[in-house]
Design a protein around this ligand. Structure first.
Ligand SMILES: [Zn+2]
Length: 315
């Protein structure tokens, strides 16, 4: 549950988090309180245009307007997965959702009748963690979201770094060359080893009784199941290795771990930190912090973007 008034005072704004499975829409009021969240399935773009997604955003906004006539949103924040170019406002590519080169920012602005701030889902969640969460006192921060996939948002000397949308893809850093096939077409990517989905898949490939998710693998590991212990250790080793490279390259003061897998708490943080630190020598050792904004971090980040758009604050 998002705390009351998380955004602080300002204009009411809409926020849309278009996910690989579901789209979440939120309405924030002038106090910065998330007044309502609606969740609907994300339509697949059969023709690659993204028009079905845009039509859905319009319908969601109309629903809010009907249910909350007291609130008049002055801007909207829209976040999508895949490859995103913030400078041009384009959703370049989303493998799971079928679109290519969709001018989401301008099209959504036309559909909604308000200015739209458009960014990548993980960079928005990262911004929420960076501005409102535990890492706020640091200038150099990497927020790593570990869920179905793994991606990160990078803040260098207080400024987000996206490199036309290509930066932060730590999930596709190769940890095990020639290893397990990854959805990106590569092999041995971090995401293919250590995402929540990968942990469950690897356990199921080896065990007689399948599990539904990574949480069950952790429970089995803690109960002493050898296969589960091995899969969990392989995943936390891979994360520690990847984060040691992040520490060497970017020297963040803090690395925030969020997403579903971070709910595992010390069972994740302790082995990852141990592995990371075992690989560092003179480097600055980042503190590992759990994400604190919660399950609506993407929506909150989208809303922050909408507020920034109105005030002219830098992204
Ligand atoms: Zn990959």
């Amino acid at each position: 549950m998002t705390p009351t008034g998380i955004l602080g005072a300002g204009s009411p704004v809409l926020a849309f988090d278009v996910g690989g499975t579901d789209t979440k829409a939120g309405l924030f009021d002038a106090d910065g309180t998330l007044r309502e969240v609606v969740r609907v399935p994300t339509p697949y773009s059969v023709d690659g245009s993204g028009n079905a997604v845009l039509a859905q955003l319009g319908a969601l906004a109309q629903g809010f307007a009907a249910r909350h006539p007291d609130l008049e949103p002055a801007a909207a924040g829209l976040i999508v997965p895949g490859l995103v170019d913030e400078e041009t406002g384009t959703g370049v590519y989303a493998e799971n959702l079928g679109w290519r080169d969709v001018p989401f920012r301008d099209a959504a602005s036309a559909a909604l009748g308000v200015p739209v701030a458009f960014t990548h889902d993980v960079r928005a969640a990262g911004k929420a963690e960076y501005r409102l969460g535990a890492a706020g006192s640091y200038g150099n921060v990497v927020v790593v979201v570990i869920g179905t996939g793994i991606a990160s948002a990078i803040f260098l000397d207080g400024v987000p770094y996206s490199a036309s949308g290509y930066a932060g893809e730590i999930g596709h850093a190769v940890i095990d060359p020639g290893g397990i096939a990854c959805a990106c077409g590569g092999n041995g990517c971090l995401e293919a080893i250590a995402s929540a989905g990968a942990i469950a898949r690897q356990y199921n490939a080896l065990a007689a009784v399948p599990v539904a998710g990574a949480r069950e693998v952790l429970d089995l590991a803690q109960a002493g199941d050898d296969i589960a212990v091995s899969v969990w250790n392989t995943a936390t080793d891979a994360l520690g290795l990847a984060l040691s490279t992040v520490a060497a390259l970017l020297a963040p003061e803090a690395i925030v771990l969020g997403g579903g897998l971070a709910q595992a708490g010390p069972a994740l943080f302790e082995p990852v930190e141990r592995r990371m630190n075992s690989l560092l020598t003179f480097h600055r050792r980042p503190v590992l912090l759990p994400a604190t904004v919660g399950e609506n971090a993407g929506l909150v980040g989208a809303a922050l973007g909408a507020r920034d758009r109105l005030t002219g604050a830098p992204a």
